[in-house]
Design a protein around this ligand. Structure first.
Ligand SMILES: Cc1cc2nc3c(=O)[nH]c(=O)nc-3n(C[C@H](O)[C@H](O)[C@H](O)COP(=O)(O)OP(=O)(O)OC[C@H]3O[C@@H](n4cnc5c(N)ncnc54)[C@H](O)[C@@H]3O)c2cc1C
Length: 461
């Protein structure tokens, strides 16, 4: 029998359109491996809600593999060390993996390539970062010309089928037991709402795509309405690689119209974010525009900031749309995109709290927490990114709530306000709030404070 081939799984937990599986299956018996590595990513180890997803996704992929008389070998520790050990133990010829672009994975890939025959493939993005460049040959920093350049190359490559057969090795190496990894919360178990909201795994991703494919025509408007199921909700499936963007593209392309055109551009945002972190690996912790250092320094507000940050995290700011979003995040591990923008803007501008606190909270609470997407969007909202909204454009949460008809959404996630009529629910009068808190800061006051902090920071340089 030919030498085994290791498939190193990370955020690519699928069988179809998975080039590493495809290549390995053609080369010999396949040993799929997932290494739970809390060391290599440093302070970017997988967050709480994402660990919940990972558990179920590994379980789902294991079931699919079992139907093919295969399995996943689970190991824990430094991924490079564990994979090099496994190659030695099994006599594997090569390690096949999808290329990942988070800075820690790029380093690990380089290190592993020095020790074993590492074969890397692209497959989690429409195009690999760096595939399109400006006329001068530089990577794009700004989304709009990047998107235009990517669109010129679309549609993406054809999708690969699932491997027809997966041969097993003569002997399976030892594996950890998934349950021993304790990826699921226990004391307390806060995952009930998440479990009720999501179906995890490759089959569930395709079911969701099928269910949603009829709605893409309405996407351009519906995606902004948090009370509607108007967006695809594919983000955790995409993040964990249970489905590829090429599969989505080929399934939905041909549905001409504004809905599809808008949706395609959102998929390209995902590629853009990878393109940004490849250029700026410190993007999740460093602001990329000058003049912001003083803005969130707040020397006299330390105590207040801790309290206000907690009010924001718990959905108790007194702004119903913000609180509905923050509670949706806590309950389901996901938040509607329009509301993510409103809640993020509220933190950095109304509360004048550094965007990095918000980025961290999202990292821990989102099932789709993604190093690139999270950092790029936080910096976009905060105004600090290489391409971003201007800080002085301050979103008004109360009018956004009305404009995008969030009454149903607020009733769902802020039950204290469920009985209020539509004309009161976006901004309830103080005497109609019952147990629901009054506003942590008034909108006009917050706006003026943010603008004057901005002017002061600019003067300071
Ligand atoms: C402050 C903030 C933080 C965010 N953090 C994350 C994150 O950690 N992970 C994440 O996947 N998305 C993040 N987003 C982007 C966006 O909110 C989610 O991708 C989207 O809400 C997911 O819902 P959906 O699948 O229904 O999206 P759809 O509207 O159906 O879009 C389809 C897909 O396109 C991609 N996409 C859509 N919008 C964006 C965007 N603005 N940036 C990058 N990709 C996008 C997603 O993969 C999404 O699944 C963040 C946005 C903000 C404002």
């Amino acid at each position: 029998m030919s030498a085994p081939q290791i498939v190193w799984l990370r955020r690519d937990l699928r069988l179809a359109d998975q080039p590493a599986f495809h290549a390995a299956a053609q080369a010999g018996p396949v040993i799929p491996v997932y290494v739970l590595d809390d060391e290599t990513a440093g302070d970017r180890a997988i967050g709480g809600a994402a660990r919940w997803w990972l558990h179920h996704s590994l379980e789902s992929l294991s079931r699919s593999l079992a139907q093919r008389h295969s399995r996943i070998v689970l190991r824990r520790g430094d991924a490079v060390r564990e994979l090099a050990k496994l190659v030695e133990e099994t006599g594997a010829e090569a390690v096949h993996a999808l290329r990942h672009y988070e800075p820690w994975w790029r380093k690990a890939q380089g290190k592993l390539a020095g020790q074993v025959d590492l074969r890397l493939y692209d497959g989690n993005y429409l195009m690999p970062p760096g595939a399109v460049t400006t006329n001068g040959g530089d990577p794009y920093k700004i989304y709009t010309p990047f998107a235009k350049a990517v669109l010129d190359y679309m549609p993406p490559r054809e999708c690969l089928p699932e491997p027809e057969t997966l041969h097993s090795p003569d002997r399976w190496p030892d594996s950890d037991d998934l349950a021993d990894w304790n990826l699921l919360p226990t004391r307390p178990d806060w995952s009930g709402g998440i479990a009720a909201f999501w179906q995890v795994g490759e089959a569930a991703a395709h079911e969701r795509l099928e269910e949603w494919s009829g709605d893409v025509a309405a996407y351009a408007d519906a995606r902004n309405q948090p009370s509607q199921d108007g967006s695809s909700r594919l983000s955790p499936h995409l993040h964990w690689g249970e489905i590829s963007p090429a599969q989505i593209w080929h399934r939905l392309d041909g549905r001409r119209g504004e809905g599809w055109a808008t949706y395609a551009k959102e998929l390209i945002w995902r590629d853009y974010a990878q393109n940004v972190i490849c250029q700026f690996p410190g993007y999740a912790s460093e602001s990329y525009r000058d003049g912001y250092a003083g803005l969130w320094r707040n020397p006299n507000r330390g105590h207040l900031i801790a309290e206000e940050l907690q009010a924001w995290q718990r959905g108790m700011t007194g702004y119903p749309i913000v609180d509905a979003g923050m509670r949706q995040l806590w309950q389901t591990g996901w938040m509607h995109n329009r509301v993510r923008m409103i809640a993020a803007s509220f933190l950095v501008k109304h509360l004048l709290i550094d965007w990095r606190h918000g980025e961290r909270w999202f990292w821990d609470c989102l099932v789709d927490a993604d190093f690139a997407n999270n950092a790029v969007n936080w910096q976009w909202v905060a105004g600090t990114g290489v391409d971003s909204n201007m800080f002085v454009r301050i979103m008004a949460p109360l009018s956004q709530s009305e404009k995008f008809d969030a009454a149903g959404y607020i009733r769902e996630y802020v039950p204290e306000l469920a009985d209020l009529p539509d004309d009161q629910i976006h901004d309830p009068p103080d005497d109609c709030r019952g147990d629901y808190p009054v506003k942590v800061v008034g909108h006009r006051e917050a706006r003026e404070r943010a603008l004057s902090a901005w002017r002061a920071a600019k003067e300071e340089g």
